[in-house]
Design a protein around this ligand. Structure first.
Ligand SMILES: *Cc1c(COP(=O)(O)O)cnc(C)c1O
Length: 404
């Protein structure tokens, strides 16, 4: 069970007032808020052992290295990766996808195919378009239906022995749809295709077991997982990461450098060139431990109750339409109100201290699918409450009168 009152005390920002109103933060799908333990971890790093990792013999460097590598193991355990070598620190989901997309330019050729779903974030579209431009491979789109649900039979029909890569989000950031990635992975593997799952929206809400999923690559962002910005994780099966060329050259990623030849460091360092976001990496481990203390079962259950409640309350509003009506959703609601521009409504909600997101949510193909310019998106976390939802619903009703 979630003790929401106690949990809210962990997040100092939730005490903030906006235009004299108590902040109501419903933009968790863009960035989650940061608990005090994570803030303290960052501050403690800079106050007590700030130094470069893997290099110095001195005490500070040893402490920083130990904390950084401990965090890698926390992440490995959290996602049940076989080895900590498979956990690559990145700057976020976008960076992780680019490492893989750039590496595969060495392995794809003209006539090869890759499959993207129609509901991908731009981060999981553009790097693959760049890959296809370089290699002559072509993109095929796995379509979704009117409820924002991936059409599995259609996916099956376009997956063939030409398919080299399958790139699908675990959860859609704009619709909240949870995709059947177990089936997608198994269909892809039966065609010998490699699968990358964009887990940015799933990892904060669902317990992930990478070995059980048998997924090839999985990427997440720290700032959606109660961690800091500028840190994320690329998971890859060790054999695949070994095969991929490094993404950047520099310090830390080498074994030996001479002007005639450089040999690369072993995993995971091969992909971690330069001085990384050390405090971010350390604090991400703390964020994940914090989530685990609350427990993913409790988080899922509680957030589902917020989703059900807000869906019910919002649908009472005349002319309101929800986009994304899968029965497998995280707590994300995308909606529009007849004849009101999402931006106008978002602006009024902001004046009242309610933070929602308006626009295409970096997923323009979804908006094209529904033939709309954008939506208003409210995305909830376990520190949100039904009272906050009530306040938003009342605010929308008032805004609707003002804008009509
Ligand atoms: C946020 C998000 C991304 C991009 O993450 P960054 O942290 O901005 O790199 C990619 N995919 C999905 C589904 C997201 O929600």
């Amino acid at each position: 069970m979630i003790d929401v009152k106690k949990i809210r005390d962990d997040f100092p920002i939730l005490k903030r007032k906006i235009n004299g109103n108590q902040l109501i933060y419903f933009d968790n799908a863009a960035t989650s808020q940061t608990p005090q333990v994570v803030i303290d971890k960052i501050s403690n790093y800079y106050s007590n052992y700030n130094s470069n990792i893997h290099r110095g013999v001195h005490m500070l460097s040893q402490e920083a290295t130990e904390s950084y590598e401990k965090s890698r193991r926390i992440i490995q355990n959290q996602f049940n990766a076989k080895s900590s070598n498979e956990i690559i620190f990145t700057s976020g989901t976008t960076h992780g996808i680019n490492i893989v997309a750039s590496g595969y330019s060495n392995f794809l050729k003209k006539g090869d195919e890759i499959i993207l779903s129609e509901m991908e974030h731009h981060s999981n579209i553009v790097p693959w378009q760049m890959l296809c431009e370089k290699t002559g491979a072509i993109i095929r789109i796995a379509k979704m239906d009117e409820n924002g649900v991936l059409i599995l039979d259609y996916f099956k029909s376009i997956c063939s022995n030409k398919t080299k890569l399958v790139l699908v989000s675990h959860v859609s950031n704009a619709l909240g749809t949870i995709n059947p990635i177990e089936s997608i992975i198994s269909i892809a593997h039966s065609n010998n295709a490699v699968v990358l799952i964009d887990g940015a929206q799933a990892a904060p809400h669902i317990k992930i077991d990478l070995q059980k999923l048998d997924v090839d690559f999985y990427v997440v962002s720290g700032h959606k997982l109660m961690g800091p910005t500028g840190i994320g994780v690329l998971y890859g099966k060790e054999s695949l990461l070994d095969m991929l060329p490094p993404y950047q050259g520099g310090g830390e990623m080498i074994e030996e450098v001479t002007f005639s030849k450089t040999t690369y460091a072993k995993l995971p360092h091969k992909f971690e060139a330069g001085t990384p976001n050390i405090s971010g990496g350390i604090a991400l481990g703390t964020a994940i431990s914090y989530l685990n203390e609350i427990g993913f079962d409790s988080i899922s259950k509680y957030e589902k109750s917020l989703l059900d409640y807000s869906t019910f309350k919002l649908l009472e509003i005349d002319g309101l339409k929800i986009y994304g009506e899968s029965n497998q959703k995280t707590a994300v609601i995308s909606f529009n109100i007849e004849s009101i521009h999402p931006y106008d409504l978002g602006t009024i909600l902001d004046k009242l201290g309610i933070a929602v997101r308006t626009g295409h949510h970096c997923a323009q193909p979804i908006m094209d699918h529904f033939n709309i310019p954008g939506t208003i998106r409210a995305s909830f976390s376990f520190y949100n409450t039904k009272e906050e939802i009530d306040i938003m619903v009342e605010a929308i009703k008032r805004a609707k009168l003002m804008l009509a």
